[in-house]
Design a protein around this ligand. Structure first.
Ligand code: TMP
Length: 225
């Protein structure tokens, strides 16, 4: 418990972005800043976060190219991992008043499996609601940058590349288009942050947005009914 008055229910913040946007470094920094500011923080990621969900992540990111993972199998595995993660880690943390910082969540499913893989968005939304048990992020930050810049960053370190990183440039352009379209539809929840800048500048903007947003007065429950 920190210096801030603990709210009944925690807040759920997600970070999203295309490959090479620097998301993971930025979220680690944000977790430190919030902890120092007195918030109880859980830093987690998707797919993953629990033992079963991390095992599913391993399958998703390392599956052999000899047996193509179908878009449907990919989506269902991601949603299975989300169900484990929400039930066993995220929901209990929110119930304890923790600020949950999650590296990717449902918007990635819409951007990657919907906009890029071409699965039906309405079906994905419904299936996601089942997997997430109706949980939606309170705030989402999309780290945006041109695909060529993000992929070039990843290519300098091939050991960091996973099965999805190796998709075509067109695929990644569609992912980016997806995130921008989702943000345009929900400007209240989804904020776009320009990640094509020195990391320190991105850090400062993210910190300012999140701290400013956490201090805003709000009703105690943000669960959709
Ligand atoms: P990461 O590289 O940011 O750790 O994410 C792992 C990969 O999983 C990344 O290539 C995006 C992909 N992914 C999806 O395709 N759909 C999803 O819903 C999530 C959460 C991740």
């Amino acid at each position: 418990m920190g210096t801030h008055k603990q709210r009944t229910r925690g807040l759920f913040i997600t970070l999203e972005g295309v490959e090479g946007s620097g998301k993971s470094t930025q979220i680690s920094h944000l977790a430190k800043v919030l902890t120092t500011a007195g918030y109880r923080v859980l830093h987690t990621r998707e797919p993953g976060g629990t033992a079963t969900a991390e095992a599913i992540r391993h399958i998703l990111l390392t599956a052999s190219s000899k047996e193509r993972v179908t878009p449907q199998a990919e989506a269902l595995l991601i949603l299975a991992a989300r169900s484990q993660h929400v039930t066993h880690l995220i929901e209990p943390a929110l119930q304890h008043g923790t600020v949950v910082l999650c590296d990717r969540f449902s918007d990635s499913t819409l951007a990657y499996q919907g906009f890029a893989r071409g699965l039906d968005l309405a079906w994905l939304r419904d299936a996601n609601d089942v997997a997430a048990n109706g949980l939606r992020p309170d705030l989402t930050l999309v780290l945006d940058l041109p695909i060529a810049v993000g992929l070039a960053r990843r290519r300098t370190d091939p050991s960091q590349q996973n099965r999805l990183d190796r998709e075509t440039e067109r695929f990644h352009r569609n992912v980016r288009r997806g995130f921008l379209a989702l943000a345009a539809k929900e400007p209240g929840r989804i904020k776009i942050v320009d990640a094509n800048r020195p990391p320190q500048k991105v850090r400062d903007e993210l910190t300012a947005i999140v701290l400013g947003w956490l201090k805003k007065p709000r009703r105690s429950s943000r669960r959709p009914s």
